[in-house]
Design a protein around this ligand. Structure first.
Ligand SMILES: Nc1ncnc2c1ncn2[C@@H]1O[C@H](COP(=O)(O)OP(=O)(O)OP(=O)(O)O)[C@@H](O)[C@H]1O
Length: 641
């Protein structure tokens, strides 16, 4: 036998009203949305006899692009009235509700008049669909009152529904002479503020929220504020058209207006404006290029209007991930919001919209970069990371990036195309540390090596290698550069043999082999050849020696040293020659340890405990030897005087 779930209404109301939305501010959005939908429903009713109509268009036509003025064309109005006692009334001239409709719609959480479950229709015209939005008012009040008179059934009596935050409600018909019954068709929602939340219903807050969420709605939106003396101040909050859909005298005037809008709505002066127009997706707007670089991981906060109502100012997921260098303002009729209306529902429509927007921004970026003018240089200087990100997923952008993207190279900054043309091949290091290690030597030898250690670069070079099979694009490590390290003259090799053996002995225990070569530039005393495995093993052995018995045993399993670091000492360097020439073995080995630690530091590796000890030992030995030498010299001086 199956049973029906029991529902804790108070809990459900609390969950939906207080935990679905990120801020109480959305209560006004939901009320504006219900009022607009009620006007749309009225419009739909009359359209059945008159033919289809677009409420947004009707308002624009009615306003004539010159502000919302009184007009003979019938259209809906929504009035927000802030009462002197801190209350708020939201009245609409919409379709209204009969007792039967209110019983069905307002008494059942999740029931909505705006979707036909069987036919799957309704969503296109209306903003709401989930049947929970009204509950958001419980974020600012404990009691919602709705009085309504139906326009579809003019003979029906007005109704009064009151909902309470604990899940109760009452619903009554109002007598025609009841002063609370609305005179005309439509609905009024009344809220009294919850204690300590009065500010959400104050005139200044209501005005700011209404302008933000509703100024572009296709209704005549007004704010009425009751003054202490009983008079009422009225203000129109409606704007007639979307800034990017206005007609402008010239392209320049349009550009300036769109920039100005960006500064006021998004708070920055854009580098450029990219028009967005996807009639099939019912989307129009502007993508603004950010004036400074941002990290690819920054979440993209777009300002999204759904059927001219502001959904949110931080809507993510509208664009492909590589388009992190723009912020959009769009109005759309097609994409679906999530139930909280703070994000977009990830469905086929959103996927198609994202693809289409991505290709508009991609086309603009390709065209702008191809111009090779001041604008493209600016775009590249600020947003080269985005260009790199796009080149990873787009062949056309990859081809362009090869021509225009500058890379750090040991022979100077250049594009990949320039490097290939000059040298016939492209060598690169996949890490910044690797580059730092070999750059001085490669530079002195005039070997072109590209630093591909920054975000996306190694993958980008890999893509270039695959896309241009005739090009030689190869990763290099310090050991590849060792070809330029020359062996010593036989006589010098003989001379240094003993010193080298003792130095090798002193560094062998630390997992480092030592070689003596000569290379340019002579200012570089030594080089540590890159061997990732050796580095890893070095870290493990350090951990083993520092760990307690249990962990030392476990880690020790992984450290069977077979890979070793190679320290190449440069015989052309005066300090190295000094160390090799010292007759005192302890001092020589201390000098070698100091050279090793310096090479480690130069290669950007962290200095583990073992190496720090080496450095300290070396310093003490050198200091002791210097003091002893000084003492001996003083003694000799004393004997002669
Ligand atoms: N001002 C109004 N005029 C007429 N009917 C209304 C009004 N406000 C609410 N309703 C009715 O109450 C129902 C429930 O409203 P509610 O805001 O909870 O959900 P919704 O708007 O349908 O969907 P969503 O949760 O997506 O906002 C609506 O579908 C509508 O039929």
């Amino acid at each position: 036998m199956s049973e029906t779930f029991q529902v804790d209404l108070g809990g459900i109301v609390d969950l939906l009203a207080r935990h679905l939305y990120s801020s109480p501010r959305v209560y006004l959005r939901e009320l504006l949305q219900n009022a607009t939908d009620a006007i749309t429903a009225l419009d739909e009713t009359s359209a059945t006899s008159e033919g289809p109509s677009d409420p947004a268009r009707r308002v624009d036509e009615a306003a004539g692009g010159a502000g919302v003025a009184d007009t003979e064309v019938v259209r809906g109005s929504v009035t927000l009235r802030c009462g002197a006692g801190g209350t708020l009334e939201v009245s609409d001239s919409g379709v209204g509700l009969t007792l039967a409709e209110a019983t069905e719609l307002l008494a059942t959480i999740g029931r909505s008049s705006k979707r036909d479950l069987e036919l799957g229709t309704g969503r296109e015209q209306f903003l709401g669909q989930f049947g929970i939005g009204l509950l958001s008012a419980f974020m600012v009040t404990d009691e919602i009152e709705l009085v309504s008179r139906s326009s579809r059934t003019p003979d029906a009596r007005a109704i009064r529904w009151t909902g309470y935050a604990d899940g109760r409600y009452s619903l009554v018909e109002l007598a025609d002479d009841d002063p609370r019954a609305p005179a005309r068709a439509g609905s009024t929602v009344r809220l009294a503020p919850r204690r300590d939340l009065e500010h959400w219903l104050e005139p200044a807050t209501v005005e700011a929220l209404a302008v933000d969420y509703g100024s572009l709605l296709p209704v005549d939106l007004r704010l009425e504020v009751e003054q202490p003396d009983g008079s009422v101040v009225t203000r129109s909050l409606s704007e007639t058209d979307l800034p990017w859909e206005r007609r402008y005298e010239t392209d320049r005037a349009r550009e300036l207006a769109l920039r100005e809008y960006c500064e006021s709505a998004l708070g920055f002066a854009p580098l450029a404006c990219i028009p967005l127009d996807l009639p099939v997706a019912g989307l129009s707007g502007v993508a603004y290029v950010l004036p400074s670089a941002v990290s690819p991981t920054t979440s993209s906060a777009h300002r999204v209007y759904l059927k001219r109502m502001l959904l949110g100012t931080s809507v993510d997921e509208l664009l492909p991930p590589w388009a992190f260098f723009v912020r959009c303002v769009v109005n759309t009729t097609a994409v679906r919001p999530t139930a909280s209306r703070e994000g977009l529902y990830e469905d086929d429509i959103l996927l198609a919209t994202r693809d289409a927007l991505g290709s508009t921004i991609r086309r603009w970026t390709l065209d702008t970069l191809a111009m090779r003018d001041a604008g493209s240089a600016r775009l590249l200087a600020v947003h080269h990371l985005a260009v790199r990100a796009l080149a990873l997923v787009d062949d056309d952008m990859l081809d362009l990036a090869v021509e225009v993207l500058p890379f750090e190279c040991t022979t100077g900054q250049a594009t990949l195309a320039e490097i290939h043309e000059r040298h016939g091949q492209i060598h690169f290091t996949p890490t910044v540390e690797g580059y730092r290690r070999i750059a001085p030597v490669a530079h002195a030898q005039d070997l072109p090596v590209v630093n591909a250690g920054y975000v996306y670069d190694a993958d980008l070079l890999e893509r270039v290698r695959v896309r241009r099979p005739s090009w030689s694009v190869t990763p290099v490590s310090a050991s590849d550069v060792s070809q330029v390290l020359l062996p010593l003259e036989p006589l010098r090799a003989l001379e240094t043999t003993d010193a080298l053996v003792s130095i090798r002995g002193s560094l062998a225990a630390g997992g480092c082999d030592v070689d003596l070569r000569t290379f340019e530039p002579s200012q570089i005393p030594s080089m540590l050849l890159d061997d990732r495995d050796a580095d890893h093993e070095q870290e493990v052995s350090a951990a083993v020696s520092e760990a307690d018995d249990l962990w030392g045993g476990v880690l020790g399993e992984f450290s069977q040293p077979s890979h070793r670091r190679r320290l190449i000492l440069n015989d052309a360097n005066p300090a190295v020659r000094d160390v090799l020439g010292v007759s005192d073995r302890a001092v020589r080995e201390a000098g070698a340890r100091a050279l090793y630690v310096t090479a480690l530091l130069q290669s950007g590796r962290p200095l583990p405990l073992h190496e720090t000890d080496l450095m300290n030992d070396a310093l003490s030995t050198l200091l002791r030897s210097a003091t002893a030498a000084r003492g001996a010299a003083d003694d000799r001086e004393g004997e002669t005087t």
